[in-house]
Write a protein that binds this ligand. Structure first.
Ligand code: 5GP
Length: 192
């Protein structure tokens, strides 16, 4: 399940709550060249690497998808998908629209969810409140929202994050409903 949406919309909080409630789900840990924010842990929030190392890994085809976002590289390592598959777990990818479109090309069975803020103004407030971005970075993140918004109809579902518990409930319902689609049930059904 791919979850995208603008920076500051609360994707991280929603994914964390979702994982606590749905035991079959794991979250993919991305690799990035951006600096860790205060409190972020290497190997848990991201794998933090240098640009050189990231580009070496691109050459070695180590990413399912990768993209440049706000001047930094971000990518989903193949190893994250393989680990989840081996354990028989479903995987949540919290990635931008460029990455989501690459996943859509590769995995027809993916489920794509876009998280929207209640309004543009609310998004600006949330980015400012987080206090981790400088004014230039806040501006970049708002501009990027305009770009990402253009891809909204490529997604299967849109969830407006006006209240965290409600938004989590909606994503959970999407996950549950998708698990009941005939092609997914028949794959593991032992009736034959
Ligand atoms: P942040 O720096 O705020 O953690 O993330 C910035 C943006 O990069 C967010 O939109 C986030 O979803 C996206 N992102 C995080 N990991 C990946 C990844 O592995 N691939 C892609 N394409 N985007 C990612």
């Amino acid at each position: 399940m791919v979850i995208s949406g603008p920076s500051g919309v609360g994707k991280g909080t929603l994914c964390k709550a979702l994982l606590e409630e749905v035991k079959d789900l794991s979250i993919s840990v991305s690799m990035t060249t951006r600096e860790p924010r205060k409190g972020e842990v290497d190997g848990k929030d991201y794998f933090f690497v240098s640009r050189e190392e990231f580009l070496e890994r691109v050459k070695r085809n180590e990413f399912v998808e990768w993209a440049q976002v706000y001047g930094h590289y971000y990518g989903t390592p193949w190893s994250e998908l393989k680990n989840a598959l081996e354990k028989g777990r479903d995987l949540v990818l919290e990635i931008d629209t460029q990455g989501a479109m690459q996943i859509k090309e590769k995995f027809k069975e993916g489920v794509f969810v876009f998280i929207l803020p209640p309004s543009r103004e609310e998004l600006r407030k949330r980015i400012l409140k987080r206090g981790t971005e400088n004014p230039d970075s806040v501006k970049k993140r708002l501009e990027n929202f305009q770009e990402e918004f253009k891809y909204i109809f490529e997604y299967d579902y849109v969830v407006v994050n006006d209240s965290i518990p409600d938004a989590v409930e909606k994503i959970k319902s999407i996950y549950m409903a998708e698990k009941c689609r005939p092609h997914r049930i028949i794959k593991s059904w032992k009736g034959e």
